[in-house]
Design a protein around this ligand. Sequence first.
Ligand code: FAD
Ligand code: FES
Length: 435
Amino acid sequence: MSTGSLTLIVFAAIAAQVIVFVLIGLRRRKQQFRDLESRIGEQQGSVEQQPVTSNIAPIVSPDAAEKTPLAWQGFKEFIVQRRVMEAAAESICSFYLTPVDGQPLPSFKPGQFLTFKLQIEDPTSGESKSVVRCYSLSDSPQPDYYRVTIKRATPPANQPGAPPGRSSNYFHDHVQEGMQLSVKAPSGHFYLMEAEPLPIVLVGGGIGITPMLSIVNTLLNSGSSREIRLFYGVCNSAEHAMKGHLEKLQQAHANFHLHVCYSRPGEKDEEGVDYQHQGHVDIRLLRLTLQLKRYQFYVCGPRAMMESLIPALEAWDVATDDIYYESFGPATLPKHQKVTQQASKPTAVQKSITVTFSKSGKSIAWNPDAESLLEFAENNNIEVDSGCRAGSCASCQTALESGEVEYSQDPDADVEDGHCLLCISKPKNDLTLTA
Ligand SMILES: Cc1cc2nc3c(=O)[nH]c(=O)nc-3n(C[C@H](O)[C@H](O)[C@H](O)COP(=O)(O)OP(=O)(O)OC[C@H]3O[C@@H](n4cnc5c(N)ncnc54)[C@H](O)[C@@H]3O)c2cc1C
Ligand code: FES
């Protein structure tokens, strides 16, 4: 064999090897690409199973999407150290709580709430039932106690024969000094933004004054020089909570301005002394009173007030980032665009939606008149846990196996992935819930 043909054979062998390596490489890349494609496909498949909460914004503070770890898990025992009546009509009572285990008390953010689990006897069956309710912390963080301030819930004016509120009346009538209560750690996304020291407007309607008290006490105790304006809307002096305390604060702090509105002043209530304005806290009053400058607004009150005031503030061109609000019950509140969990495309209008409760083995046509999935489940005798019915306590959190839900207000509780809060959601399309 000549040298030329030998060289040719060697080159051919090398070229063949290179081709084999290239082919093997290409095949591997192709396999990797297929694996990647199928992984993405699986992820997309599971994303579709997640609850889609369109336009989720905090109720709340800009960092609401962040899940802050709780100071303790589950319920912990507290002892009631003191009870103090806070209004002339004796319809509002504060409860001072200290931990039974004597451990140091974790701090909280002013505006946050505690969740209580009470065992209350059902008046009809006589059985003890567990009742979960949330109550805002009403004082600044203290080293030795938490304080909540609770208003007795009476039957609605148009249904005087209805039963009175279970938890609030239990607190007023049965929770005495020395008694133990089961309490979840402070939580909630509605709290004072301390980092940005803008002038601040607090609006508390009725018992919605409680988180505002915590914010005012915290700011003034810390010597803050921020301009603080508190608008407190209440019926009259009989229901006026912590009247003396608030008036003393106003006298002591030039930066604290109190604007009390009585909707139905009593005979002895004096304008300019007991209250400053007659009527409700509304956008007209805010526009007349506030200067033209940037304020941070914190609002908490009854449903009607929330549903009118929040959109009115937005219509007045207050930046949504400067409005923080909390609702003590279900309300239909504007959903901000600040934090969007999974932006969902508008779904085609469906004629009928089927809700499947997989554990109960029931598939039922959704009733568009139902306020929420929780009410719908209860009306169809599906057993689901509930507590606050306002998206705060997470008792009604349920796994969503397929489909999407839409919230009527932003959840205050941290919702686990693949779950939804039944009390403030409605189905967007066919759903399967683990219930
Ligand atoms: C985050 C958060 C913070 C809160 N902070 C506070 C706070 O600081 N202070 C405070 O007082 N509250 C607060 N609340 C509200 C509180 O959690 C309770 O909702 C409130 O005390 C009423 O609960 P209840 O068990 O007494 O009344 P429920 O038993 O839940 O009844 C509610 C109302 O329905 C009426 N009712 C009951 N049965 C019927 C019927 N069959 N037909 C018609 N009407 C009926 C009752 O008379 C009552 O008026 C807060 C709520 C949330 C979500
Ligand atoms: S019942 Fe409390 S979050 Fe739904």
